[in-house]
Design a protein around this ligand. Sequence first.
Ligand SMILES: [Zn+2]
Length: 81
Amino acid sequence: MRIEYWCGHCKHLIGQVNRPGWSLEEAERSLGLTALSPVEHSEWVAYDKNAGILSVQTVCDYCQSAIERNPELLVEGKLLQ
Ligand SMILES: [Zn+2]
């Protein structure tokens, strides 16, 4: 499967990894996704079974530093890049 990391703020594709031999269970375990609560999991993780793509939402470096500089940006829910 392919694992894609997306920024949840600016929708930037941060990176992707190909792990052809991985099952969904192995991927979730290896990436630590099993530690997420069900709510977090449903918000941050999406699996496209037909395409074999596991999408994981995270925060890119740009948004991370923007949030650290201006925490109110996160509250407003809009970040400009
Ligand atoms: Zn971002």
